[in-house]
Ligand binder design. Structure first.
Ligand code: ADP
Length: 445
C-alpha cells in the first residue's frame, strides 16, 4: 500500500532521513523496480475510472489493433513482445489517443504498463514532418529519464523519423540552438531552462506534456515548483498527462495543479494476505543463537530459496559472512550498493544463482521476489519509534491472494522487547504465530 511505502522510507535502522535522502530513496526504489522488471505485474483488480465528462461513452480496448496506431508503431509494440494492452492501458490508451486530446491522471503500482502507455501516446501524437519539439516528458531524475528514453527508442524503432533529445544536466547545447527533435525528455530544472532561459524549445508548440513519477517528483520541493512553471508556459490546448505509483493527498493536490479537467484512472494494488503463510517464531538469546537456529532450520527442511531480513547493514554483512562459511551461496543486498549493483544481485537471486538473499529493510522495500518460499525475519521490523512496523511485516511475508504460492515465515525473537513486538504483530493481524523449537523441527514443512 502507498502508506507502507511512505512509512517504510523512514525505517530500517539507518536513522532519520532528510528530504533529499528520502527523495533519493524513492527515486532509487523506482529505478530499481524498472531495472529488475521484465514483465507486467499481475493484477485481478479492476481499474476505477472517473471521467471528466461522465456522460461520454467509456472506451476500452482489448487489442492494440483497435487503437488504429500508425503501422510503424504497431510494429514497434509487437516487437517489444506486447500481445495485448495491460489492464491500465485498456482504458488509458483510448483516452490518451482520443480526438480532441483528453487529459489524464493515472495511478497504479510500478510494473503495470504506465510508461509504455504514455510513450505510445507521445509517439502517436508526433508529426514527424514538423522539426520541432512536440512532446515533452519530465522525470524526477536523470536515470529515470534515461529509462523512459530507452522505451521511446524501443517502441519507436520502426519510426526513425522521430527523434528524441535528453534535457538533462550535462547535455550542453550551443547558445541559440533550436531543437529539431520531436520528443524531449528530461528533468524539470533543465527542461525549464531550455524553455525559458535558453529558448532551445518553444513551449507554445508542445502538444503533449507528461509528468512521470509524480510521487517521487514532489518529494523535492524544487521539482514541484519547476514542474508547475513549465506547465504554465504550455498552450491551453496541450494534452497534460500525469502518472504516479502511489496517491497520497500531497500527490493528488499537485496532480490537480498540473492537469486541468482530468480523466482519472486508478488501479488498486493487489491486496497482500497472510492467509497462505505459516508463521513461526523462535526464541533465542543473542545473534549467535539466532544464527545457530537458522542452521538447524536449514538442516531440517529443504529450503529452495530464502530471504533473510536484518535491521542493520552490519548485522546483514555479518550474517552473510557466517552463512557463506557454512557453505551457503549467499547474496547480500546492502545500502551502500549502487542501484545497478542491487538490480544485478536481485536478478542473480531470481534466476536461482544464489539460494539465500540477506538484506536490510531499506534495500528490500518494494521488491517482489515471488518465488521465495521462506522468509526469515532475523530482526523483526520496527519503525523509528520502536513500534511494530506491521505494513513492512505484511509486505515482507504476505502474498498477493491469487498469485501467491504458500509460504513459510520464521521470526527470530531475542529479547523481551522483540517478544512484545511479535505479540503486537500477532494481535494486529489476528493470526497465530506458532512457537517453533529448533531442536525438534518435525512440525514444520
Ligand atoms: P510502469 O510504468 O507502470 O512501471 P511499464 O510500462 O514500465 O510499467 O511496464 C512494466 C513492464 O511490462 C515492462 O517490462 C514493459 O515492457 C512491460 N509491458 C508494458 N506493457 C505491456 C503489455 N501491454 N504487454 C506486455 N508487457 C508489457
Amino acid at each position: 500500500t502507498p502508506k507502507a511505502e511512505a512509512n517504510g522510507a523512514k525505517t530500517g535502522g539507518e536513522g532519520e532521513k532528510t528530504e533529499e535522502e528520502d527523495k533519493d530513496d524513492k527515486a532509487a526504489q523506482s529505478l530499481l523496480n524498472k531495472l529488475i522488471r521484465s514483465n507486467l505485474v499481475n493484477t485481478t483488480n479492476q481499474v476505477e475510472v472517473l471521467q471528466r465528462d461522465p456522460s461520454s461513452p467509456l472506451y476500452s480496448v482489448k487489442s492494440f489493433e483497435e487503437l488504429r496506431l500508425k503501422p510503424q508503431l504497431l510494429q514497434g509494440v509487437y516487437a517489444m513482445g506486447f500481445n495485448r494492452p495491460s489492464k491500465i492501458q485498456e482504458t488509458a490508451l483510448p483516452m490518451m489517443l482520443a480526438e480532441p486530446p483528453q487529459n489524464l491522471i493515472a495511478q497504479s503500482q510500478s510494473g503495470t504498463g504506465k510508461t509504455a502507455a504514455f510513450v505510445l501516446a507521445m509517439l502517436s501524437h508526433v508529426d514527424p514532418e514538423n522539426k520541432w519539439p512536440q512532446c515533452m516528458c519530465v522525470s524526477p531524475t536523470y536515470e529515470l529519464a534515461l529509462q523512459t528514453g530507452k522505451v521511446i527508442e524501443q517502441m519507436g524503432k520502426y519510426y526513425p523519423e522521430v527523434q528524441l533529445v535528453y534535457a538533462i544536466r550535462g547535455n550542453k547545447l550551443e547558445r541559440g540552438t533550436r531543437l529539431k527533435d520531436q520528443i524531449v525528455i528530461g528533468t524539470p530544472g533543465t527542461v525549464l531552462d531550455w524553455c525559458q532561459k535558453l529558448k532551445f524549445i518553444d513551449p507554445k508548440k508542445i502538444k503533449v506534456f507528461v509528468l512521470d513519477e509524480a510521487d517521487v517528483m514532489i518529494a523535492t520541493q524544487g521539482h514541484q515548483d519547476q514542474s508547475i512553471r513549465i506547465q504554465r508556459m504550455l498552450p491551453k490546448t496541450c494534452q497534460m498527462l500525469l502518472f504516479s505509483a502511489t496517491f497520497e493527498d500531497t500527490v493528488w493536490n499537485f496532480a490537480k495543479r498540473i492537469v486541468p479537467d482530468p480523466n482519472i484512472i486508478k488501479l488498486k494494488r493487489e491486496e497482500e494476505t497472510l492467509d497462505t503463510i505459516k508463521q513461526y517464531y523462535v526464541i533465542c538469546n543473542c545473534k549467535e543463537e539466532k544464527f545457530q537456529a537458522l542452521c538447524n532450520i536449514y538442516g531440517a527442511i529443504t529450503i529452495a530459496q530464502a530471504m533473510i531480513f536484518c535491521h542493520t547493514r552490519k548485522t546483514a554483512g555479518w550474517l552473510a559472512g557466517e552463512l557463506s562459511r557454512e557453505g551457503h551461496q549467499v547474496a547480500l543486498l546492502s545500502g551502500e550498493m549502487q542501484v545497478e549493483q542491487r538490480a544485478a544481485v536481485i536478478d542473480r537471486f531470481r534466476v536461482g544463482k544464489e539460494k539465500v538473499l540477506v538484506t536490510t529493510n531499506v534495500c528490500a522495500r518494494g521488491i517482489d521476489v515471488e518465488q521465495v518460499s521462506v522468509v526469515i525475519n532475523f530482526d523483526l521490523p520496527v519503525d523509528k519509534d520502536g513500534n511494530p512496523d506491521n505494513e513492512t511485516y505484511l509486505h515482507r511475508i504476505g502474498r498477493t491472494g491469487r498469485f501467491g504460492k504458500r509460504g513459510l515465515a520464521i521470526n527470530m525473537v531475542d529479547s523481551k522487547f522483540s517478544m512484545n513486538i511479535l505479540n503486537r504483530i500477532q494481535e494486529h493481524f489476528n493470526k497465530k504465530i506458532e512457537k517453533l523449537d529448533t531442536d525438534d523441527l518435525d512440525e514444520i514443512e
